[in-house]
Design a protein around this ligand. Structure first.
Ligand code: NAP
Length: 251
């Protein structure tokens, strides 16, 4: 029997929806019938085009400009989402960046910026969204981490510290929100074919391909569909987990 996920009437807020995995989340949740708010920072034209494409599914789509590192702006984004779309059922903390360098060459700015976007950005949206989600009596949160937050990665001390922090944050917040019927999980992608990865050297992709037992890079939609599953009634008894979507890269 085919299982179809129907999110009609639900509201999801996705950070970093203008490219890659976040864009795929916008399109998958809209296709499942959810009204979608999403943030972008630099790619305004792309965000508008994605909003147009996603709204073809007959749902409301609200693109909002925000730097996830900005605490006050994050709170405004949550308020605007609730005001415009009438509530908040799901939060997908996806926005992220990397700025690589070995530890003995990493600048303070490089360290601070990646922690501020990848870790504090999650905190900002969790802090802003959870009061309403608790009042509304349920929902789901998905934080996008990385398999490198589990195993470490040469040249990525800032990124892996942030992503490891996201995993610990996920487990703590899952404990704190369980009684409010809010499940909180993390997805750890392996190498996924997105804009972030297109800038990586070929040697990085070749090494990853050697590790991935399914023998190919993942696609953004393959991560987005797992996020959709974790927010669906199918996953109500799953919380505090890290789900690797990596084609077996970390086995
Ligand atoms: N691709 C992979 O292989 C992979 C693997 C493991 C984990 N991940 C994680 O998956 C998530 C998405 O990655 P991706 O590959 O889809 O990245 P991407 O293609 O580079 O897209 C990143 C998205 O995040 C947004 N963003 C970046 N910095 C932001 C900021 N300060 N404030 C607000 N938005 C910001 C970007 O918006 P603008 O472009 O509009 O600024 C864009 O929409 C990230 O958390 C990443 O760490 C990716």
């Amino acid at each position: 029997m085919a299982v179809e996920i129907n999110m009609a009437g639900k509201v999801v807020l996705i950070t970093g929806g203008s490219m890659g995995i976040g864009k795929a989340c916008v399109l998958e949740f809209a296709a499942a019938g959810a009204n979608v708010a999403f943030t972008y920072r630099k790619h305004e034209a792309e965000a508008k085009a994605i909003a147009e494409e996603a709204s073809q599914a007959g749902v409301k789509v609200l693109p909002l400009k925000a730097d996830v590192a900005d605490h006050e702006r994050s709170a405004e984004v949550v308020e605007e989402t609730i005001f415009e779309l009438g509530g908040l059922d799901f939060l997908i903390n996806n926005a992220g960046m990397n700025w690589d360098g070995v530890i003995w060459k990493m600048s303070e700015e490089q360290w601070d910026r990646v922690i501020e976007v990848d870790l504090k950005g999650c905190f900002n949206f969790l802090r802003a969204a959870t009061p309403t989600m608790r009042e509304e009596g349920g929902g789901s949160i998905v934080n996008i981490t990385s398999i490198n937050g589990l195993r470490g990665k040469f040249g990525q001390s800032n990124y892996t510290a942030a992503k490891g922090g996201v995993i610990a944050l996920t487990k703590t917040v899952a404990r704190e929100l369980g009684r409010n019927d809010i499940n909180v999980n993390a997805i750890a992608p392996g190498l996924i074919e997105t804009e972030m990865v297109s800038e990586a050297p070929d040697s990085v992709k070749e090494r990853a391909l050697g590790e991935i037992v399914l023998g190919r890079l993942g696609q953004p939609a393959e991560v987005a569909r797992v996020a959709l599953f974790l927010c669906s009634p199918l996953a109500r008894h799953v919380t505090g987990q890290v789900l690797n979507v990596d084609g077996g890269q970390l086995i």
